[in-house]
Ligand binder design. Structure first.
Ligand SMILES: *Cc1c(COP(=O)(O)O)cnc(C)c1O
Length: 355
């Protein structure tokens, strides 16, 4: 298969002249800065935030580059993974013409972002054990299919997707393949970033929202060829990552041990929940997980969800989602939180154990 980035891109994106910010035009650090209409006196906050941040987050990227083993010019940082998803739609998909392929049950943002951009979404369901059907996916591709989104470990099912199947789709498609690895840190699976040198049509997404515990800061990563990253940089809002986020994350990630410790704890709590669920008649099925949540099947998902809400325990009702009938998605909590959930389920009314 021949991947031709320039052919895949929307033509006007190739021609586009990007916004040139003050920090693009002068990137030195010393001097009297009268070029960006900033407030010279400081900020109304205790700490100063009056200067525009580095538009390309170079210090942060070089740290991430060390941690992830991907060179800085192959990293894009977005205001959450959502921003990268949206930028990809806008770079590659012509509204009203092109389409993407998603593999339900999967993360909802791919389709919402396509809808916002007036891009059609084609669906190829996963198998009953939430694996890919590579041939069916490739059969669904038409001349206007631009992106295929694969989520592994998958949300909401939690399982990792077979590597060979992903490779088969990457090799069989001459558009862009996005492998969303938001939950990779909870898995024993190596990242697809190691495949970037083999496949120019691959983009891998990760996030600081889950394992790193930084959901509120909004920082998502995309790893891809230098050419694809250049396109994302060209069309992104100039200062898409706040200075506060850049500084906070840079200062914190030098020490990965706290992250590793939290991940270990979450994985131990995941086992604790699994073992408790196995003993419950209420839980009909615990789907295998490589993420920080569990998808479980109960006789009556909606009623169980409502009962938990009454007890001020909030889980996600996924029972309306493809292949997730009567399923609840439960994030792994602290020991105390997990015990509250377990106690509530153990003492649930009998009618919840009946469909
Ligand atoms: C949580 C999650 C993300 C993270 O999104 P952010 O915008 O970075 O917070 C991405 N993909 C999937 C599948 C997720 O579940």
């Amino acid at each position: 298969m021949a991947f031709d980035l320039n052919k895949l891109l929307r033509p006007h994106i190739l021609q586009l002249k990007p916004y040139s910010s003050a920090r693009d035009e002068y990137s030195g650090k010393e001097g009297v800065f009268l070029d960006a209409n900033e407030n010279p006196f400081g900020s109304i906050t205790k700490d100063d935030h009056n200067r525009y941040p580095d538009p390309y987050q170079q210090a942060l990227k070089s740290k991430i580059s060390e941690i992830k083993g991907v060179s800085s010019d192959q990293i894009f940082l977005g205001n959450g993974s959502d921003e990268a998803i949206d930028l990809l739609m806008r770079a590659f998909c012509r509204p009203g013409k092109d389409n993407i392929i998603i593999l339900p049950p999967t993360y909802g943002m791919y389709e919402v972002s396509a809808d916002v951009n007036d891009i059609a979404t084609k669906r190829v369901n996963l198998t009953s054990d939430f694996q890919l059907k590579p041939d069916a996916i490739l059969d669904e591709v038409d001349e206007n299919t631009k992106i295929i989104f694969i989520c592994s470990p998958n949300n909401p099912s939690g399982n990792k997707v077979n590597r060979q199947d992903i490779i088969k789709v990457i090799e069989g498609f001459d558009g862009l393949i996005v492998v969303d690895e938001a939950y990779i840190d909870f898995s024993d699976e190596p990242s697809f970033t190691t495949e970037l040198s083999n496949y120019s049509n691959l983009l891998v997404m990760q996030t600081f929202s889950k394992a790193w515990g930084l959901a509120s800061l909004r920082l998502g990563m995309a790893f891809a060829s230098i050419e694809i990253i250049k396109i994302l940089n060209k069309i992104k809002p100039p200062y898409n990552i706040s200075g506060l986020t850049q500084e906070t994350v840079l200062a914190a990630i030098s020490d990965t041990s706290r992250m590793t410790k939290m991940v270990d704890e979450i994985m131990a709590e995941r086992v604790y929940l699994q073992e408790a669920f196995e003993k419950m008649d209420l839980i009909k099925k615990i789907h295998p997980t490589h993420a920080n949540f569990l998808l479980v099947e109960v006789p009556a998902a909606k009623r169980t969800y409502d009962y938990l809400i009454e007890n001020q325990i909030i889980v996600r009702d996924r029972s309306k989602v493809t292949l997730c009938e009567e399923c609840l998605r439960i994030s792994v909590g602290t020991r105390e939180e997990n015990d509250r959930l377990i106690q509530a389920l153990v003492h649930c009314p009998v009618d919840l154990t009946i469909a």
